[in-house]
Design a protein around this ligand. Structure first.
Ligand SMILES: [Zn+2]
Ligand SMILES: [Zn+2]
Length: 350
């Protein structure tokens, strides 16, 4: 089969790989939807050979891209019980492989494996930008019948990541949350937070992304380049107090600092955007305001299943996140467009 490989400096190649066969405890999926995630751009833009290192988890080598897998089980390996996986089952993949038995793997957090995460699909292990994909049966998460494969793909990283961060923030309906960056994760957070009844302040430097945030339920839009003082603008919109919570999905050092400065006393700021640094004044920004800063990395298999159930039960239109639907053969064009970071989110469908 042919799989999409990031070959560095904004290039991709279709490379030939053997059709996967399941080992003990594994399954093979036919991929029906494979989403494009903001973190893929780090790999896409990296220098040749540096792609896997870009997220700090790399061991190099040619791997098939794509870490938002969703499809149908087509082959089941030895030792996989009927209740765990069966041929024809509609599934998402929790896109990490760990040792499978340590305290974190056993509770559905394979990315936190004490032995180090063995594979992140699409980054250090073969991902979903291909017709088929192999993974441990333990990392499958059932896709509710009401959800499309594209929605399942989004929940497998971007939307699930937004869900995980909102859960860590313990957001409630009476609160105001400011969400920095309205790319796929930030926009998902806007959609989910609004669906939970919270008031959402959406921030982005792209007018197009801000308009999408409004369509997804944001109550107030702020372009950080159009105001002199972002935390002051947020305080002004919250009776002088600041937001109860902030979620930082842009990875911008300035936005990270503003996300901490924009929460009210006793507020919580959550960092979701990967990479880089932040500079804070510990006393005024944090300590003297009793601020909690949270780092949130994706979600567990349990969290992924909860997110899917929530989206299905509330009828949330996650498919609407996708502005571009592609076939795998259009991968070059798809990543060129995504690289401009002005549009929404793309997905490969088959
Ligand atoms: Zn991702
Ligand atoms: Zn483990």
């Amino acid at each position: 089969m042919k799989g999409v490989v990031f070959t560095g400096n904004r290039t991709i190649e279709f490379q030939e790989f053997a059709d996967p066969t399941p080992g003990p405890g594994e399954v093979v999926l036919e991929i029906k939807a494979s989403g494009m995630c903001g973190s893929d751009l780090k790999l896409y833009r990296a220098a040749p050979g540096e792609a896997a290192k870009a997220l700090g988890v790399g061991k190099g080598g040619a791997v098939i891209a794509g870490h938002e897998p969703c499809g149908v089980v087509v082959a089941v390996g030895a030792g996989v019980g009927e209740r765990r996986a069966r041929v024809g089952q509609r599934v998402m993949v929790h896109h990490y492989r760990g040792c499978g038995v340590c305290p974190h793997c056993s509770t559905g957090w394979m990315q936190l494996c004490v032995e180090g995460v063995a594979e992140v699909y699409g980054i250090t292990g073969h991902g979903a930008h291909a017709p088929y994909m192999k993974c441990p049966a333990q990392t499958l998460v059932a896709l509710p019948d009401a959800l499309s494969f594209a929605t399942g793909a989004a929940i497998s990283c971007g939307t699930g990541t937004a869900w995980g961060a909102l859960r860590r923030l313990e957001l409630t309906a009476d609160q105001t949350i400011a969400i920095f960056g309205q790319g796929p994760v930030g926009l998902s957070a806007t959609q989910l937070a609004a669906s939970m009844g919270a008031r959402v302040i959406a921030l982005d430097i792209s007018a197009e992304r801000l308009q999408r945030a409004k369509a997804f339920g944001a109550d107030l839009l702020i372009d950080p380049t159009a105001v002199t003082d972002v935390p002051a603008a947020i305080r002004e919109a919250t009776h002088g107090l600041g937001a109860h919570a902030t979620l930082e999905a842009s990875s911008s050092p300035a936005a990270r600092r503003q996300a901490v400065q924009s929460v009210r006393t006793w507020g919580k700021a959550c960092f979701v955007g990967e990479g880089g640094e932040v500079s804070l004044q510990v006393s005024p920004d944090m300590l003297r305001r009793q601020v909690t800063i949270i780092g949130s990395w994706t979600f567990s298999t349990i969290g992924q299943a909860e997110c899917a159930t929530y989206v299905a039960d509330r009828g949330i239109d996650v498919d609407h996140l996708f502005t571009d639907r592609w076939t795998l053969a259009q991968a070059d064009e798809a990543y060129r467009l995504f690289d401009r970071q002005t549009s929404g989110k793309g997905v490969f469908l088959s």
